[in-house]
Write a protein that binds this ligand. Sequence first.
Ligand code: HSE
Length: 313
Amino acid sequence: MSGAVREQASAFAPASVGNVAIGFDILGFAIDTLGDRVTVSRRDAPGVEVSAVRGVAGELPREARDNTAGRALLALQEALHPSFGFRVEIDKGIPLGSGLGGSAASAVGAVVAANALLPQPLSRLELLQFAMAGEAVASGARHADNIAPSLFGGLVLTVGIDHPRVKQIPVPSGIRAVIVHPHMFLATAKARAILKLSVELSDFVWQTAHLAGFISGCYTDDLDLIRASFEDVVIEPQRAALIPGFQEVRRGAMEAGALGCSISGAGPSMFAWTLEGTVPAVLAAMRREFARQSLATDHWVVELASPGARLIE
Ligand code: HSE
């Protein structure tokens, strides 16, 4: 497929919840009402210039190789050798260190916008690799649990790193996601560095059972199976202490009727899945418990189906 030559394009890339409790580094869903906007322009000189970072995280690195959007575009250039360079402007809507996939969204927005400038645009699956290379700058590891939902939308499972397979998972239509962001900063690299490198055999069995049950429950509209499987026995217990009030927020959400509640990505944001009718009670409980920790919050309530990153005017 060939496209008309464009000088500039802008893309919106949504925030996302990585891990979704039981799919560490492989499962995530998009938060379509929150995101970053990235504008990419052609420039005659080769290379990548990050010319502006605005919005809620203006202190991000301007050096292209240290910036997730810049690094993603450098990876794209290394592979494709276009005859021109890229200038990038980033309007951050996603707070830094929030666990809402901000690093991934900037990288995704950059590759989607840059793709519109290429004479032979790539598929979303091809773009995924470049965005993953970008996000690795922030987290110190290559994983697609934020990149894939931001790029594709919805609840997304990614299998593999070098040749990833991406699968959008259907979610029962009555389920809503409630996401609450306490106003504190938590570096992804720090939240990864504390993790043990080995897993107890019994925990491995529970975690794989929960992942399988969760995915099966999604495909078969089995809310009871989703609820029973919505528990991370490996990662969450190690990270809980990094989030003030974690246990109380989780308990509050569950007592209010949530199907499950866990950490969004590396935290400190937390999320719950719940049926539409119990959204107000679950949201109120989560916000109340963070407030008891003297933490102000932002929140979003979204449906699970969403279109993913797209070009905007
Ligand atoms: N899966 C990642 C983690 C998400 O939990 O560390 C944050 O990048």
